[in-house]
Design a protein around this ligand. Sequence first.
Ligand code: UDP
Ligand code: MG
Length: 194
Amino acid sequence: MLNIVIFGPPGAGKGTQSKLIIDKYKLMHLSTGDILRGEMANETPLGLEAKNLIEKGELVPDDIVIGMVKNKIDNNSDHKGFIFDGFPRTNDQARALDNILEERGTSISVMISLEVEEEELIKRLLKRAEEEGRKDDNIDVIRNRIKVYNEVTSSVADYYAETGRHRPVVGTGSVEEIFDRISAVIDELENKAG
Ligand code: UDP
Ligand code: MG
């Protein structure tokens, strides 16, 4: 299997690049943010619980997202691999993901981390607010999401770096340029795997 984590702050382009990656490499997209928005739209108990946190820019508790991820993996076990988008967001989630995959005889090959500076992130998210109307894309919530990223999530990159699996990629330029950089990382991986 080929399992990839796509990582980076809010607005880094994880969702946009994931779409291109799943097409080219035939992976399954696993976006915990998308799953949570689906639960919110359907007003499930989980969605209602998540809504309050998401609209403040806070994290949904580890056990909830880990459970969601486990379900999605087990319901798609026939796939060539997964791209994890927006997860793991804490070191405990990263450890849990390693354990879940190990139990299923596979692992994360690489974390691709999109590097974009804060000013550009805010610009992109405010533009998305106009286009998509997501409730958590307003300036106060955006600032908190970036704060949570810096304080809690950014260290997940260190977790992968410790095991030699962290690949930073410049996240600015055209969508195609960024995708070329990502493709180079994945191609190198596939060549190594033979
Ligand atoms: N979220 C979370 N855990 C996850 C995924 C999402 O807590 O694993 C929440 C969190 O409040 C986050 C929001 O959902 O700010 C939107 O997440 P998404 O990944 O869609 O946003 P992005 O960072 O890609 O803009
Ligand atoms: Mg996203």
